[in-house]
Design a protein around this ligand. Structure first.
Ligand code: GAR
Length: 221
């Protein structure tokens, strides 16, 4: 069954684009029902409009008056997603902390991509953190979103070297290439019902129609 996705994005939306491209190529059995941003200028909204996908700017400002602004905003986000028939939610460069008010509406059905090998370098500017730490490898992680920031069980990680002359931009670009591979792959495993989880450990079950094939790599070096 085709997976109905809702995408939350705050910026450029290249991960969103990679997801659209994978759908177009037939390597991801999904449909994007809505893209929502907390930034009116997000290029991700433009990309959505180009593909005739409902593309919504939900302004956080009016929620500032609420008793708990973040919760109130996330309840509204959840409502938009439900109204569009979304089954699973993709955080594609969504630069807001998602509160339990949203996580509890889509338990184990929210996915994030983060530009580091978690649990190293959570939060903002992960690539800058890796450089400043002097890490020799970095990469990206796709993980389930739980109530702790960047803490959910990891589905796939892909690594890249950190080079001596790297800048934040050059390292980010190298990681981004891997992000565009990892995210559609992880979502396709979920769409196929192949993600099994025991505590924090996530495994990818063999594909039903490809028995006997080598297991999928979830740690791509
Ligand atoms: C990506 O590098 C993504 O991993 C990162 O923001 C960028 C968004 O790029 N996300 C985070 O740092 C989340 N904590 P994009 O808008 O081109 O997909």
């Amino acid at each position: 069954m085709t997976l109905a996705l809702g995408v939350l994005a705050s910026g450029r939306g290249s991960n969103f684009q990679a997801i659209l491209d994978a759908i177009h190529k037939g390597t991801l059995d999904a449909v994007v029902k809505v893209v929502l941003s907390n930034k009116s200028s997000a290029l991700a909204l433009e990309r959505g409009r180009t593909h005739r996908i409902p593309s919504i700017f939900l302004d956080p400002k009016p929620f500032a008056e609420s008793q708990d602004p973040r919760d109130a905003y996330d309840r509204a986000v959840g409502q938009v997603l439900h109204e569009h028939g979304v089954e699973a939610v993709v955080l594609a460069g969504y630069m807001r902390i998602v509160t339990p008010a949203l996580v509890r509406q889509f338990p184990w059905k929210i996915f994030n991509i983060h530009p580091s090998i978690l649990p190293s370098f959570p939060g903002l500017h992960a690539q800058r953190q890796a450089l400043e730490w002097g890490a020799k490898v970095s990469g990206c992680s796709v993980h389930f979103v739980t109530e702790g920031v960047d803490e959910g069980p990891v589905i796939i990680q892909m690594t890249v070297p950190v080079l001596e002359d790297d800048t934040e931009e050059s390292l980010s670009a190298r990681i981004l290439e891997q992000e565009h591979v990892a995210f559609p792959k992880a979502l396709q495993w979920f769409a196929q019902g192949r993600l099994a989880r025991e505590g924090r450990r996530v495994t990818v079950l063999p594909s039903r129609d490809r028995e006997g094939e080598a297991p999928e790599r979830t740690n791509i070096l």
